[in-house]
Design a binder for this molecule. Structure first.
Ligand SMILES: [Mg+2]
Length: 179
């Protein structure tokens, strides 16, 4: 039997990365006058520093959903992220004990998310739901013929962490995936 595939973005979707973004911006502000790089380039070069990755937090309810979906043999789970460094990505997933839930971990190496970063079997309608927090995710979902399930902005931005909002988001997503 063919699996039902579900795609998850990582940053801002499964992980609250707001603390990391704030720390990275502060770091760039502190040293930006010393070097010849643009702020955008600098931000890119510090955003995946291990000490900053250590500030990421798994959203409330995300682990429970991944656990349940991964036990369902009819469902395949794909992580699709634009992270630049795959070694650090896998290390972080292992450290957070998330790695075991995914059938596939695909990263673009910092490139914009294009569908050809995913295996051929996932293109053209194989994916039921694509969960993400950005416009880029929405476009990728469209290209894959998948239904896009957006993370509420207040959650992905992590302005005021709300565990009820997070729990509800993953609870509703669960119903949708299993429907
Ligand atoms: Mg994201």
């Amino acid at each position: 039997m063919n699996k039902t595939w579900v795609v998850f973005d990582l940053d801002g979707t499964l992980l609250d990365v707001s603390a990391r973004r704030i720390a990275a911006k502060a770091l760039v502000e502190k040293v930006s006058h010393q070097v010849g790089q643009s702020k955008g380039e600098m931000l890119r070069s510090v955003i995946e520093l291990p000490e900053l990755l250590a500030t990421d937090r798994v959203f409330q309810g995300a682990r429970q959903l991944l656990e349940e979906l991964s036990e369902n043999e009819d469902i395949g789970i794909v992580l699709f992220t634009a992270r630049q460094n795959r070694t650090l990505l896998l290390g972080q997933l292992e450290g957070l004990d998330l790695e075991r839930f995914f059938d596939m971990v695909c990263n673009t190496g910092g490139e914009p998310k294009r569908n050809d970063f995913l295996p051929r079997q996932l293109r053209h309608g194989a994916i039921k739901i694509y969960v993400g927090d950005s416009y880029e995710d929405e476009i990728a979902a469209l290209g894959l013929g998948a239904r896009f399930w957006p993370v509420p902005e207040s959650m992905s931005k992590g302005d005021s962490p709300d565990s009820i909002l997070e729990e509800n988001f993953f609870h509703n997503l669960r119903s949708e995936i299993l429907a």
